[in-house]
Design a protein around this ligand. Sequence first.
Ligand code: SF4
Length: 474
Amino acid sequence: MWCEEAGHEVHFVCYTGFEDLMEELPQDMDILFVGAFTQAAQISYAISNMFRLRGTVTVLGGPHARCYPEDARKYFDYVLGFTDKVVVEGVLSDCSQHRPYGEYLSAREQPRHLPGVQERWKYIEATLDKTATSIKIIPMIGSLGCPYTCSFCIDSVVDYQPMDYDQMQGDLRFIHKNMKDPIVGWHDPNYGIRFNECMEVIEESYPKGEIRFIAESSLSLLSEKNVKRLRANGFLAILPGIESWYSMGNKSKTGRKPARDKMEHIAEHINMIMRYIPYLQANFVLGLDDDGEGTEPFELTKEFLDRCPGVFPAYSLLSAFGEAAPLNLDLQRDGRVLGFPFHFLNNNHAMNVKPKNYEWPEFYDHLIDLTRYSFTGKKIYRRFRANNMAIPKGMNVVRAISSEGWGRLKYHRHIRHLLETDQSMRDFFEGETEEIPSFYIDRMKRELGEFWAYLPDGAILHDPTAYLKKTDQQ
Ligand code: SF4
């Protein structure tokens, strides 16, 4: 939108994983902006290289640019940290090649204003049109940053700020008027920090309950009174982060309770929420140092699932994304961050932190056992029975038997097998070699397809201690 406002002709492509980017991307661009998570870094580097060879100036923004700016500067003319309209205007007016190292630009903080749904509608609509399912979810954001301090999280070091309430109300009215039976997904890092204000924005915009919502919120915000209000306002799904039974008790209002007490308390809390909200995904981070040793952390999660039959568990492997979080400095200093190719850093296909309390095979055994337990036929059936709305019921089954549940189980089993049978894998996991095992290279080649040929030399490698070196230099 900011490029359009500056008078440029814009072609927008939202890559959902299915498009043929060779076809979709225009060939004759003056400047290419890419917004990417780290998982998409290698394909972004390849695309940037392809266009730079044709003389296009390229820009990277988004989480990968914030987490790995030094690496990204090797492959883009500009790399953007916090990005507001002034930063974008600066890039547009300079618009020149910066090679071999791109220019790094950042605002002092997250933008105070972002273009809303009405302004972005032609782009949102085009993206929704190509969604394969009939469930179309409109993205909105009500706040940036988070007041909590979870040490692994990129938003823990970003000041919390709500976005403009008038703009949100205008957007909700627009959606209500223009879409049949709409669903809005709030992309706030932690929705509802200013709970009453968030609810008033919704309640004053259109007749109650005529838009449905999905949001990620801390359990500490989800008291019964608040949950009733969420239900009345059409909240269909809530994704609270439990993360660990051993730490971050402030997020769940369990303070310093022992792990078992915390699990029991949270299980009751989750069941209370599910009496009002039909779909609940509980997020966990596996491999945190605080989780201690042995089977207990995993067994507690299994017991939690027994106590909460309706919940869908989402497991993330502890990952240190470059400069994202303060914890990463300590991990890099301790030599525990491994140089897995970015392509696999999606919290599931690789854990780039050596676990403190487990050997790798033992950790993978627990991970496989927990994943298997979470998605047995019996558990899927219980989850199906525990939900009483068609969409949540169906979604839980599809997610369990697709690449997310059974697919990950198969993948983790394969990694466990390779740890036993492929010495190059084991050496890499132990940090004894930086050579990327052929398993990862072959998979990346396959998944990048035609773009593999454009991946610049060295772009599958990165320095996993770059943040530490930069900090020490400063
Ligand atoms: S509560 Fe969520 S968004 Fe906030 S710092 Fe913790 S993990 Fe990040």
